[in-house]
Design a protein around this ligand. Sequence first.
Ligand SMILES: C[S@@+](CC[C@H](N)C(=O)[O-])C[C@H]1O[C@@H](n2cnc3c(N)ncnc32)[C@H](O)[C@@H]1O
Length: 275
Amino acid sequence: MKFTAHNILLGDGTKTMGDGHILFSESELWKSIVKTLDLFFPGTKEERKKVKVVDLGSLEGGYAVELAKLGFDTLGIEAREENIAKCNHVKDSLNLSNLKFVKDDARNIANYGNFDIVLCYGLLYHLNDPINFIKTMSSCNSKLMLLHTHFAPERDIRYGLGFLNTYFIAPIQKRTKILEFTKNWRLSAITRNEGYRGRWLKEYNKNASKKKIEKLLWSSYNNDQSFWLCKKDLTTALHEAGYDSVFEQFNYTGDIIPHNNNYHYKRGMFVALKH
Ligand SMILES: C[S@@+](CC[C@H](N)C(=O)[O-])C[C@H]1O[C@@H](n2cnc3c(N)ncnc32)[C@H](O)[C@@H]1O
């Protein structure tokens, strides 16, 4: 089993990615989540047993495992066969009775009950219907959503150039980094989807085989294009979906995630709260 992102300490003392990588549990990315959980759910491990958490798009299970270790009643939902096998391998090795994984499209979250905490990391920007998904998540989330996602820049002349950017400017910038003040994601021109502003990103070919899609371990699953919301549209949608306050958190950078994540890569950590 080749792990690609989550370096997890297993029950036998080995690590899923070996010694050359920082453990996920020791990363600033994870520690930033713990800080927020301690703020809004400051109970003991015993008290946290009653708190239900869902981790959407679990990949290799790193987040779900750490949430379960804190005591939370944790469910991970992951669409890909290979990823779910890794999640279950980790779960078996750690013997965590309060941790479960299901193989499903995260859009079906409502079939699994209600959650005090929804963790949606690295998934929203892989969907073609992010607004609908925000509403679905909110419909089964009573208190807190932790969201890590890309957003689309409101202004970037490169994305108005169509093919010229996709096939000429972006490949040159990828190789040389010339004038690449912010990463060239080859997004579309600004447009509206589900009534909100953002930009489209091609994930894979429309007619890619199921087998090929299964192998794209970090990508979208049931949609060949994804829609990146503009930041203001994202926070507006969260408010409209029932979150009273939306905060942005910044203390997740420095090791796995570089310090220029927010500006260069157009990505952020959002904390949405129902009071
Ligand atoms: C970029 S990875 C992020 C993984 C992890 N949450 C993290 O932040 O490290 C996206 C993950 O979401 C999964 N995924 C993509 N679309 C999905 C969907 N519709 N339902 C469930 N999982 C999905 C992928 O298989 C992959 O594991």
